[in-house]
Design a protein around this ligand. Structure first.
Ligand code: IPE
Ligand code: IPE
Ligand code: MG
Length: 255
């Protein structure tokens, strides 16, 4: 009885906190282009890496909130295939962050039943980064809660090139015919093979572009852009994005 009462109380208080959104229609897959770290640092007269450090801290808050709201998949764009163009010191710093984040947060992620997943070309990453993410994926592989999907050294065009090559090889070897190629065959050859497409795509920092992110998968996603820079992004912004999403009519070409 007491247990029931406290459960009811906590449900009520979390509803109050999230009164702007409807618990039933929460986007099942949210993808975020976490942008604006450099500009955040510049505004404060700090080096760009200070922005990346601050941005890393935000990830934790957003993962918790997404989990609490019942989101099933959270995809975070952390490093693109084009980000190698940045100065080496910045690239090195960015590629240290997954390890730093996981060293600190992996026990909590395990406790929260979160499953860590990666999409991107892991082989090109520094060994220490590979080790940290492989460990996290292995230690959470049987978890059944929120899927935390990091896009790390990810580029959508690269992903599509590889999918096309793999499909072509299967056709060449005779295991598939050209007529068999349909939407599901393409989806199954992408790095998101077992994930549903994002329902909601968020980009911070005021940029209105995809920057080579999930070009195939966002065909029918709802987009939400904000001028807020990633290090300033918080739980309330996530709730706001979901509230806007819930007011949209997803028609998928219908009426
Ligand atoms: C996002 O912040 C982090 C990554 C792209 C890795 P930026 O570093 O792109 O920040 P801005 O866009 O220069 O402000
Ligand atoms: C996209 O941001 C990549 C990530 C957030 C990891 P960028 O800052 O690299 O994108 P552009 O260069 O402004 O398009
Ligand atoms: Mg940027």
């Amino acid at each position: 009885m007491l247990e029931k009462l406290s459960k009811w109380k906590s449900t009520i208080s979390s509803r109050e906190k999230n009164k702007d959104i409807d618990d039933i229609n929460v986007p099942r897959h949210i993808a975020i282009i976490m942008d604006g770290n450099g500009r955040w640092a510049k505004l404060k007269g700090l080096p760009r890496v200070a922005g990346h450090h601050e941005g890393m801290k935000v990830i934790n808050k957003i993962v918790r909130k997404a989990d609490e709201l019942g989101v099933e998949i959270l995809t975070l764009y952390a490093f693109s295939t084009e980000n190698w163009k940045r100065p080496k010191t910045e690239v090195d710093y960015l590629l240290k962050l997954p390890e730093r984040f996981l060293n600190k947060e992996l026990p909590t992620l395990i406790e929260k039943n979160v499953k860590v997943r990666l999409m991107g070309s892991i082989e090109q990453l520094p060994e220490h980064t590979q080790r940290a993410v492989t460990k996290a994926m292995k230690e959470t592989e049987n978890n059944t809660g929120l899927v935390l999907n990091f896009a790390l050294n990810y580029g959508s065009r690269y992903e599509l090139i590889n999918a096309v090559k793999d499909i072509a090889k299967e056709v060449e070897s005779g295991s598939m015919s050209v007529e068999d190629i349909d939407e599901s065959v393409i989806s199954e050859h992408l790095m998101t093979a077992e994930l549903r497409d994002p329902d909601l795509l968020i980009r911070t920092s005021g940029e209105l572009r995809l920057s080579n992110f999930m070009l195939w998968q966002v065909a029918y996603s709802e987009f939400w852009f904000t001028d807020v820079l990633w290090p300033d992004f918080n739980e309330q912004h996530l709730v706001e994005a979901i509230a806007v999403y819930q007011k949209r009519a997803r028609r998928y070409g219908g009426v």
